[in-house]
Design a protein around this ligand. Structure first.
Ligand code: PLZ
Length: 449
């Protein structure tokens, strides 16, 4: 199947067929599961999603940083089809198979650091994070875990405790797991005193907070997204992660990088940690790992990962053979097609487009990110930096109406983010940026009425 890589709208978005499906959804699916753009998708390839009404939409979200190699990736399709015809499931803990081991070998090779590593496979990012905490507590014999403002680590009970934002993730879902301690994030745009102060003070401030409020000797792990995702594509100042990792090492605390969103070429390297040569003790991955099939992993120092007693880690589906086949094909694609370089090129194009918008609109407070993980933070004005959440939502809606599948994020709901498939064409990127420009103008004008 080949889908023409061009936007084409034949009905309003969502169209009548999607609206019909959305009515069925309302009657059948929990209201707790909401849909950002209720255009029901029937097919996808690279930068295009096709909906039930035959509209060709431009994909700037990759299903939240999952289809890095594109929907309809030929290697992934072939590998999945062959695997599913051969063997669907055994449960690796009952009778193993090679694909699981091969994915672990690949992860051990590709994740930061040349040291001996081991991996374990799971189904979702949250599950990988949960297991990182389990392993860190087991290895260190300590209980406390340090997390950051604006962090997102998942929706399970343990990971809700680690996620920062109340609405929609935590509200009324407590009580939450204990022994989670939150410290400020090195967030240059909003650090008191500004980016320069953030660069010079954040590390000292964060570590002094951990010292005073938790105690190094009680702390099993510090877990951080090297570039925060859901919290607003927050990039800490250069050096912060390295200093923090070094401090953890000096204090017997494990440094865990949650690269569920930033991993697999998204930021222009295999992993966001690679950019500064940061080597985490443990790293969690998911999303982009398997071209859309559900798979997640925990990879880390062999001595830490092997400290767990046999049978201490696992799950029925973790490392499913079909998901593993997809992962091997996706990883092969990223290497063969140099998608890290493509992510950097996408980043340059998006950044240039957003900087041009920033020249026109004072509401663009900051353009930031790395590779194909780029965002703009929108504010009422650059002086007060008051988050412009309503404007962000209005622009998003105006993009959706134009057939651009766009996403927002941020603790204050005022960050417009870009996560296109790394196989998207330049033409679609340009068109998406042009549509964003129209949407911005429309939302700003409507806001003035
Ligand atoms: N860690 C850094 O970004 C998932 C959440 C979407 P799961 N982010 C998308 C939503 O609203 O549920 C994420 C992440 C980071 C962990 C996770 C959790 O990964 O596969 O969604 O469990």
């Amino acid at each position: 199947m080949t889908i023409e890589q061009a936007r084409r709208l034949v009905t309003p978005v969502p169209g009548p067929k999607s609206l019909e499906l959305q009515a069925r959804k309302t009657a059948a699916v929990s209201a707790g599961v909401s849909t950002g753009l209720p255009a029901y998708i029937v097919a996808g390839q690279d930068g295009i999603l096709v909906d039930a009404d035959g509209n060709h939409l431009i994909d700037f979200g990759s299903g939240i940083a999952v289809t890095n190699v594109g929907n309809g990736n030929p290697r992934v399709i072939e590998a999945v089809q062959a695997q599913i015809a051969q063997l669907t499931h055994t449960c690796f803990m009952v009778t193993p198979y090679e694909g699981y081991v091969a994915v672990a070998e690949k992860l051990n090779e590709l994740t930061p650091g040349g040291h001996a590593k081991r991996s374990a496979l799971f189904n979702s990012g949250a599950e990988a994070v949960e297991n990182a905490v389990k392993v860190a507590r087991h290895f260190t014999g300590r209980q406390a875990v340090v997390v950051f403002d604006h962090a997102y680590h998942g929706r399970t009970n343990l990971t809700m405790a680690m996620t920062a934002k109340n609405m929609p993730y935590k509200n009324k879902f407590g009580p939450f797991a204990s022994e989670m301690y939150r410290v400020p994030m090195a967030y240059p745009y909003r650090w008191p005193g500004g980016p320069k102060a953030c660069e010079s003070d954040a590390f000292d401030y964060v570590t002094s907070q951990i010292h005073a409020q938790v105690g190094e000797e009680n702390t099993a792990a510090v877990i951080i997204e090297p570039i925060q995702g859901e919290g607003g594509f927050i990039v800490p100042p250069a050096g912060f992660l390295r200093e923090l990792a070094g401090w953890c090492q000096d204090n017997g605390i494990l440094f865990i990088a949650d690269e569920v969103q930033s991993g697999f070429c998204r930021t222009g390297d295999w992993f966001a940690c690679d950019h500064e040569g940061v080597v985490p003790d443990l790293i969690t991955t998911a999303k982009g790992i398997a071209g859309g099939m559900p798979l997640a992993a925990l990879t880390g120092r062999a001595d830490i990962m092997d400290a767990v007693h046999p049978g201490g880690l696992g799950g029925t589906y973790g490392g499913n053979p079909v998901a593993c086949a997809a992962a091997l094909a996706a990883i092969e694609t990223m290497a063969a097609d140099n998608l890290a370089a493509r992510a950097r090129a996408i980043g340059e194009k998006l950044t240039a487009g957003l900087n041009a918008l920033a020249e026109t609109y004072e509401q663009v407070g900051e353009v930031r990110g790395r590779g194909a993980m780029i965002a703009m933070e929108l504010v009422e004005d650059r002086e007060t930096k008051t988050p412009a959440a309503a404007l962000t939502a209005a622009i998003n809606k105006a993009c959706h109406n134009r057939g651009l599948v766009s996403l927002t994020c941020g603790t204050y709901g005022n960050v417009f983010r870009f996560l296109p498939p790394l196989t998207i064409s330049d033409a679609l990127l340009d068109e998406g940026l042009a549509l964003l420009g129209e949407a911005f103008a429309e939302a700003v004008t409507a806001g003035k009425d």
